[in-house]
Structures are given as structure tokens and as C-alpha cells.
Write a protein that binds this ligand. Structure first.
Ligand SMILES: [Zn+2]
Ligand SMILES: [Zn+2]
Length: 137
């Protein structure tokens, strides 16, 4: 399944919509129009929601979870004589590998899921590009 997810500019709720060819995207909560998808492959030529042409990669998981795991590892250090650190680093690494990659739009922040083959086209978030789009958020 390929989908777009974002915070609706109208009702500010987070929503995810499945992507199909030739579909009008509209918010499932308030029906506010988000944009139009012509071809699935064309989604990353122009963002369907804001026409931006720049995207970045991120990991589809809660950063918080990673921190909690690391924190638990650190707390357990005195109990396990330091053994917990490599173990938790391993869990972290294992999690990072299993977590799918998201493609995000710089301008409107939309998240695109299910485009595994296309992730090679994009790079992780670059701060200087992000700054350019700050005023749109
Ligand atoms: Zn809405
Ligand atoms: Zn966008």
C-alpha cells in the first residue's frame, strides 16, 4: 500500500490516505481538498499537496522509543556490569533496520509510505534546505 499522511491544513488533524492514480485527495475528517494524484510515479516530481519538488528521508518510528530503550540500557548498566549497553545498542540497530523509511515533503511535511524502491532517489533531511521551507510550516 502506498499512502500520504499529514496534518490537515484545515482541521489540523493527522490523517493518512491511500494513494491511487487519478484521485483527488481530501481530508477524511473535514473533506478539505489536499491536492490531486495523477500518476503514482509522479508524486515525487511534484508533491501532490504543495507542488514542492524537494523531499527527504526519515525513519518511520517514534524517536522517543529509541531514547527510552537507550535510557533503560544506561539505567541497567550498574546491575549488569555494563553488559546491557552493547545488548541495547544491538536492539537499537535491529529496530532501525526493521523500521521502514519514509519520504517526507520539505514544504508541507507530508509523509509518503510504501515507496521502498524510490528511497534511493532521496537523502536524509538537510538542515539548509529545511530552513528554506521553515516559513511554510
Ligand atoms: Zn481536515
Ligand atoms: Zn508537499
Amino acid at each position: 500500500m502506498q499512502s500520504i499522511a499529514r496534518h490537515c491544513p484545515q482541521c489540523k488533524k493527522y490523517a493518512e490516505i491511500e494513494l491511487h492514480e487519478d484521485t483527488l485527495l481530501s481530508c477524511p475528517h473535514c473533506a478539505h481538498p489536499w491536492g490531486k494524484v495523477n500518476k503514482i510515479e509522479g508524486v515525487f516530481d511534484y508533491c501532490p499537496a504543495c507542488q514542492s519538488r524537494q523531499f527527504y528521508l526519515s525513519k518511520d518510528f517514534n524517536q522517543f522509543l529509541g531514547c527510552v530503550i537507550l535510557l533503560v540500557g544506561i539505567v541497567l548498566v550498574p546491575l549488569t556490569y555494563g553488559l546491557s549497553l552493547p545488548v541495547f545498542a544491538l536492539i537499537d540497530w535491529w529496530l532501525a533496520r526493521r523500521i521502514p523509511t519514509l519520504i517526507n515533503c520539505y514544504k508541507c511535511g507530508s509523509e509518503f509510505r510504501g515507496f521502498k524502491d524510490l528511497t534511493k532517489r532521496f537523502k536524509p533531511f538537510l538542515h539548509h534546505i529545511g530552513l528554506k521551507y521553515d516559513r511554510y510550516r
